[in-house]
Design a binder for this molecule. Structure first.
Ligand code: ZN
Length: 282
C-alpha cells in the first residue's frame, strides 16, 4: 500500500443481488457507504467495529465506473494496494473475469431539488437529472496545473478510456513532507505522477491527467452514497473529505431512500419505475 508500505492482498468475489459493495477485513464486513468513512486525510479510509481499511477509493472507482454494484472484497492487510496509482489494473482484472447483469435494478438516488455543499474552498453541486454526469473543476496555483474543467458521462467505455488510466499525483515538495510524517512509504515514481515546478515526472497517460484523477477519486467517493446518483454533479476543487461528505448529503436527501435502508445493508430499496439501470455484479 502507498501509505503503510506493507503488502496487502485483495480477493474480489461475486455477490448476489442487493448485496452492495462490502469489504471483508479480519472477519468484519464493512459496507462501502459514507456512514463507514473514518478518515479522509490523504485517502478515503473506511472502518467499522475497530477495523480500518485505507485507500479504498480507486477500487471503488473501478466498480462505479464499470457499474458493478454487488461484490464482496476480501482484504488482508491495512489498505487496498495502490498498484500503478490509477484504476486501470482493477478495471482490467474485472473485465477479464466479466460482469454479470442481474435481474433487479440497482438503488437509484433521485432528488427533488438542487443540492449544494460548500466546505473549505470546495463547492459541490448536484442538479437533478435522469442520468449521472460529473463536471470536475481544478484550481491550482501551480504553472503545471492551473485551472481546468471537464465533464464526464456515466458510460463505462468513457470511464475506461478517459478516467481509469489517470494516476495519483503529488507535488514534489509534498512527497518529502509525506515521508517525514511516515506516510506515502510505498509511494514511488511507479505509482504516482510527481509534479515538479516546471515538469512532470513522466509523460502524461491521458489529457488533463491530474483533473481526471480527481474525477477518478470522485467516482469512488461518490459511490459511497450507495446507489446511482441521478444528478448532474459539479465538483469544484474536489478532495476526499468534501467528496465523501457530499456522498452522505446526497444519500440523506434522495427520494425513495432512507437511512433505515442504509442500516439494513441496502436490502429493501427497489425502484418502482424502470430506470434501465441493471444490477451488475462481478
Ligand atoms: Zn486517488
Amino acid at each position: 500500500g502507498i501509505h503503510t508500505g506493507k503488502d496487502c492482498f485483495v480477493t474480489i468475489s461475486p455477490a448476489p443481488e442487493n448485496t452492495g459493495i462490502i469489504f471483508r477485513v479480519d472477519g468484519v464486513e464493512i459496507e462501502a457507504l459514507h456512514s463507514n468513512v473514518v478518515n479522509t486525510s490523504r485517502a478515503t479510509c473506511l472502518g467499522k467495529d475497530g477495523v480500518r481499511l485505507d485507500t479504498v477509493e480507486h477500487l471503488l472507482s473501478a466498480c462505479a465506473g464499470l457499474k458493478i454494484s454487488n461484490v464482496i472484497i476480501d482484504v488482508e492487510g491495512p489498505e487496498i494496494p495502490i498498484l500503478d496509482g490509477s484504476a486501470i489494473p482493477w478495471v482490467e482484472e474485472l473485465l477479464k473475469v466479466g460482469i454479470e447483469e442481474m435481474g433487479s435494478f440497482c438503488n437509484v438516488l433521485r432528488f427533488e431539488k438542487t443540492i449544494v455543499h460548500q466546505s473549505n474552498g470546495s463547492l459541490m453541486i448536484a442538479v437533478p437529472s435522469e442520468n449521472f454526469s460529473l463536471t470536475c473543476v481544478i484550481i491550482f496555483d501551480h504553472q503545471m496545473l492551473g485551472t481546468a474543467a471537464e465533464t464526464f458521462c456515466e458510460d463505462p467505455n468513457d470511464y475506461v478510456n478517459m478516467i481509469a488510466p489517470a494516476r495519483t499525483f503529488a507535488m514534489s515538495e509534498e512527497i518529502e513532507k509525506l515521508k517525514e510524517s511516515g506516510l506515502a512509504l510505498g509511494g514511488s515514481l511507479d505509482n504516482a505522477l510527481v509534479i515538479y515546478p516546471d515538469h512532470f515526472s513522466s509523460a502524461l497517460r491521458v489529457e488533463n491527467e491530474c483533473l481526471r484523477h480527481k474525477a477518478l477519486d470522485l467516482f469512488g467517493d461518490l459511490s459511497l452514497a450507495g446507489g446511482k446518483i441521478c444528478a448532474a454533479v459539479t465538483a469544484i476543487r474536489p478532495g476526499h473529505k468534501v467528496n465523501t461528505e457530499f456522498a452522505g448529503i446526497l444519500a440523506n436527501n434522495a427520494k425513495n431512500y432512507s437511512l433505515n435502508d442504509l442500516a439494513d445493508g441496502l436490502k429493501s430499496v427497489k425502484e418502482t419505475e424502470s430506470q434501465g439501470v441493471s444490477h451488475a455484479r462481478y
